[in-house]
Design a protein. Sequence first.
Lengths: 374, 603
Amino acid sequence: MIMFDRRLLKNFGWSLFLMTLVFSFISLLNLYSASYETGLVSFKRQFVWVGIGIVTLVSVSFLNYRFFKQYVPYIYGGAILLLLFVLFFGKEVAGSKSWIDVASLATIQPSELVKIAIILVLAKFYDDDYQVGPYGFLDLIKPIILIAIPLVLVMLQPDLGTALTIMLLSGSIVLFMGVKKWSVAFILIAIIGVSFYSWHYSLKPYQKDRISTFINPSSDPLNAGYNSIQSQIAVGSGGIIGKGLRSGSQTQLRFIPAQQTDFAFSVLAEEWGFLGSIFLLLLYFMIVLWMLDTSSRAKDKFSMLVSFGIAAMFFWHVVVNVGMVIGLLPVAGVPLLIFSYGGSSTLTAMIGIGIVLGIRMRKFSMSAEPIELR
Amino acid sequence: MQDFRNRLLIATMILGLAFLVLGSRLWYLQVLRGDEFAEFSLENHIRVERIPAPRGRILDRYGKELVVNRTSFDVYVIPKDVKDVAHISSFFSQILNLDKNHIDNNIRSALTKRSFKPVLVAKDINRDQLAYIEARRSSLPGVIIEIHNLRQYPHGSLGASFLGYIGKVSEAELKSNPKINNNDLVGKTGVEKGWESNLRGDDGYKQKVTDALGREVESTLFLEDLQNKKSMPGNDVLLTIDIELQKAAEEILGDQSGAIVAVNVNSGEILALASKPSFNPADFIKGIDSKTWSDLVNDKTSPLLNRATQGLYAPGSVFKMVPSTAALNEGFIDHEEYIHCPGYYKVGNSTFRCWKRGGHGWVNLRGAIVKSCDVYFYKIAERMGIDKLSKYIRAFGFGSVTGIGIEEKAGISPSREWKLRRFNKPWYKGETIVSAIGQGYVSVTPTQVAMMTSAVANGGTLLKPAIVKEIISYSGEKKFKHTPIVSGKIPIEIEMLELIKDALVGVVNDPGGTGRAARIKDMTVAGKTGTAQVVSLDLQSDQKKHRDHAWFTSYAPAEDPEIAVTVLIEHGGKGSSVAAPIARKILEVYKTLKEERGADDNV
């Protein structure tokens, strides 16, 4: 299974690993500040999660991706089962049934981990498929079903934020593989139709509020727009160099909502200013770039697509989360990977990085026969 | 593979573009608008708590306290800090004598809403209750005691009519003074209103750090952002009133409706200004409740009316100083000239009666004043005509406000123009006749009569009455000191005025004088009685509301006048028997006080 080779160590993606460590360090420092007033509970938990995450990362990187390639159907099936389990036996937090209690030690959120399963299953689908793109609508039925099953289950929880990132990252993969023009048009029409339907019949009032507030945040500064305004005040008041560790009034006096999770970036922006937030964004940029680079060097379609999918996952998390924090996008419950507090999202991010590292380590094809890329 | 590389290149470009957008937005928020947002964040977490400044005290001319402040202790609880709501409710219901369920409900309903905001349990608890609570503070988490300043009146309702009362600030008052806050108590009448700007202190403030829920943060976070300002108590207002004389005046009035004004004839300083019935200003200290208020407003005896400055009455014979002055100065009469009084006076078809049915016989000016002969004044009034007479009525300050600084009425100084304006009718001779004896349209306030008396006493100077002697800041600095202000000169030769003054001495001291009841030992009093008809003689009955108003106005000592005392008793009857003895008592108290205090006193 684990075919240990000295070349593996030699080709280990030290730069990505190092960036991940730096990132984890910054995230913990930030969380320390954000949770100081509430007794550092989440800081301590996240410390453990980061530890578990890094061990997982290293372990995953040493797994040969060819190994899980054949187990992808099982991983996918397991993920669906977890989602079904959470729907029936999950713990409800803030109106969403998204969590599973694990021996009352921790709660995990399967919908985060499901993202990896979706990336893997899509990569496997395209890897098995020898069709030369672009794909027509009929060709897309199978991948769309593969995406739709977990997507619908996530929406039933309901977890709008995760559903959104699932759509964005799987959409990126599908588009990347090529879609016929009229299919794109068809899908766009379908999305608009569904959105219209949702707005009128299925969105919950709070979700509608969030969207209408995004369009005009000051219309309702105390309720729906409050989060967005307070977050922008926090970011803006940070100025160029920031207010310093544990000195952000917006953070310390809890004006920033969900400051340890979805709005963790506001804390950083307030306390470390423009310099701090740009540094973090650049770090993200480098990580995603590194993943795309891995994708371009991949020797087979599966590993290329997996790297691309994970890069897309990181990318969309950053765009949606930071966009929300700085008032460019509506407030949606999307965490900033490896930065927000949360075991499941941290674990998901670490597994993702681990997979990409594993692919990178094996870019010098170790198998006897060269991989036929079409 | 090249195909995918191109797509990855596009993906990389999208990545770069997206990060460029995010970065620009950060630049915009943090660099371009950073200062603006920094302000917002300051506003967000700093709560300004006002420290109300105590109002200045109101003191009498010797510094004795008339209106002071006392601290009121108010009990609040912070619901979230209360461990056992049931326990704390029964505790308070026992010691504060309150309804247990009421407290319990208040705390519990606040717990679900704003659990960090203090809930009022009781205002203004007494010292024993305070001591009891303080002793158990450690076992009562969440209980806070707030301190406020309340007006206190050590002498009860003494002087209430001129001190005035305080009440919740009105919309208009809020607009006119930016320093006043919503729900503040401000002076509504009297000195409290007239000297509001002096009495009002300068509120301080204390800034506190609060979190997103509005809770005060105890930690030392963000202390450098905070600013504090101490409150500055208002200025003390030292009145011209002599508290002892005021007490005497109010005691003498007792249950009677009326007013007493005592004034220093040389400076215009009011020494006593009594009006009865009055009210209790303590009812207003926390903002008056609507029941008490409507009772006061609907009270037929008008307790809120300051009869000394706002009460309008016909002056009756006390007014005779005015036609005397006019006729002498304008040469319509010689003081030696005798006029016959048969008890009535005919002008055309009308007959005007003298108060003495049988008449006074032959009287000159002195005799007419001493015996208060009406016919004499009918005659000289007819000679003068209204135009000359009204000139002198105005010269004595009637028909216009005195400028005392508290609520007052101008009254009526009748004249041809006034009647034309008011009733659009010409002036009749008969109206001139009755004006000369202070009846008809003439209407005056007791304070105006006192100032007229002072002007006669001091040799012809009409002074502006003053009620405030000094204003002293909290730090002891004198902000204001009263100096006499002349409102006008009475146009009369000093020798002629001496004739009138001599007659006024006769009123009190001559055997047939109407004011003999005002005589006192060792001090010569000069004065004039007045009995103002409320209805015509034909309609008079024994009903109280038909009874005459009794007047007496006086000054003393006659040789070197110091004080003027004017007394008005509503429906009291005759000035000679009702008002004059009251003036005597006031003058006696004045004399005794002066002797006790020694000659060097500055009265």
